[in-house]
Design a protein around this ligand. Structure first.
Ligand SMILES: Cc1ncc(COP(=O)(O)O)c(C=O)c1O
Length: 395
């Protein structure tokens, strides 16, 4: 006799319009993988594609591959494949460097564009690397760096604010912030906004163009499944592209990199966000991984992500004693595809879960993070994770 939760999981998996996509991924069996918010799973066709890049393009074409296989233009070509996931028209996204490096480029570029303004406002709940980079930008430029909780943004904005750096989804709690509202508030005082969408790309249908976002960055190794260390994407709205002067003026961002002129002139369009030689193997691994997204309806992804996280919270409520685990992720729709639980000794629980085939992660001091990737996570996975947690916490 199945329990009501088992019946719900089975019914939801049977009705899932995205269920067929799980078969496009290599997920060790048996494994309940709830860490796609840190490292997305491997799409099964990717190794063959990478093998071709290495054996054929590098091995046979050698230096000629920069032209024959269009390696040089790969950052913008792959950027145009990421763009639809961000709600961006072509020509506004480039894939290169890491998110931390891209935050640096955009903050300095913003300060330069907002001449006379002296303040960077940074999300007090930001992923630490963004905050560290902002502090360094402040030290280098003389701008003051002020941290503010996103809820208090309106009160902190002023005509001194050059740029606001915000995370769309809080990496600790999974809370989703109001991109349209915060962007409008910043624009109302003439400030620019840089959004870190690392935890919302591939989660919901982002709408950067329509909202009027200035700049955005994000990781591709999480919900986009680009592979370990896959390069990050940068979005620069068309209206800013000719006015943006990023500080890392390597030859890759020059108007004519092969002229070797000794005099830097920024390239037109997104190419000016480049620095040096693209990381071709990682970039083309991501290029292959993006194939999975070709026919995916982001509205279905979002609906399933909310259903999965909601179901998981119901399982936690029913199976785990509240004094042992407390859900800190919002219950409303203002969440990403992550559920965080406050538990005692989270790192040790992560290890014990892994021994039982359930992969999640922890963040200090006491948060257990469970990521739900609608392309391959099932409702049965959500239930099994909660059942194993209940077992382990009871002992
Ligand atoms: C929200 C967010 N921003 C920035 C980063 C840093 O990215 P990178 O290590 O690629 O620079 C991460 C890494 O996990 C992240 O989660």
């Amino acid at each position: 006799m199945r329990s009501p939760l088992e019946q719900r999981a089975r019914a939801a998996d049977t009705a899932d319009p995205l269920a067929h996509l799980r078969h496009r991924f290599t997920i060790p069996d048996p494994l309940t993988y709830l860490d796609g918010n840190s490292l997305g799973a491997l799409a099964t066709h990717v190794p063959a594609a990478v093998h071709d890049v290495v054996r054929h393009q590098w091995g046979q074409q050698l230096i000629g591959a920069w032209r024959a296989s269009s390696w040089w233009s790969a950052p913008t070509r792959v950027g145009d494949r990421v763009a639809p996931l961000l709600g961006a028209a072509p020509g506004q996204v480039i894939v290169a460097d890491s998110t931390s490096v891209n935050v640096f480029k955009l903050l300095v570029a913003s300060l330069r564009a907002a001449a006379g303004r002296t303040e960077i406002l940074v999300d007090a709940t930001t992923f630490p690397s963004d905050g560290y980079v902002a502090q360094s930008v402040g030290q280098l430029t003389g701008a003051s760096v002020v941290t503010v909780h996103p809820d208090d943004l309106a009160g902190a904005l002023s005509t001194s604010t050059a740029v606001v750096l915000l995370n769309h989804v809080d990496y600790l709690t999974g809370r989703l912030h109001d991109m349209a509202g915060h962007t409008a508030a910043a624009h109302a005082v003439g400030a620019l906004v840089v959004w870190d969408v690392s935890h919302s790309a591939g989660v919901l249908a982002l709408d950067l163009d329509r909202i009027g976002v200035d700049f955005a960055v994000g990781a591709t190794y999480k919900f986009l499944n680009g592979g370990p260390g896959a390069p990050s994407f940068t979005y620069v709205a068309t209206r800013w592209q000719e006015r943006v002067h990023q500080p890392l003026t390597g030859w890759g961002g020059a108007a004519d990199p092969f002229a070797m002129s000794g005099q830097f002139r920024a390239a037109a369009g997104m190419d000016r966000m480049r620095v040096g030689t693209p990381d071709i193997l990682s970039l083309l691994t991501l290029d292959a991984a993006l194939d999975v997204w070709d026919d995916v309806d982001l509205a279905q992804v979002r609906a399933k992500g909310l259903a999965l996280t909601g179901f998981f919270m119901d399982c936690v409520d029913e199976l785990l004693r509240p004094e042992l685990a407390k859900v800190v992720t919002p219950r409303g729709d203002n969440r990403g595809h992550q559920v965080s639980l406050r538990v005692k000794d989270a790192p040790s629980l992560v290890d014990r879960l892994a021994e039982r085939g359930v992969v999640v992660d922890s963040r200090p001091p006491d948060l257990l993070r469970c990521g739900f990737a609608p392309l391959y996570t099932t409702f049965a996975d959500a239930l099994r994770a909660a059942q194993v947690m209940a077992d382990l916490l009871a002992t």
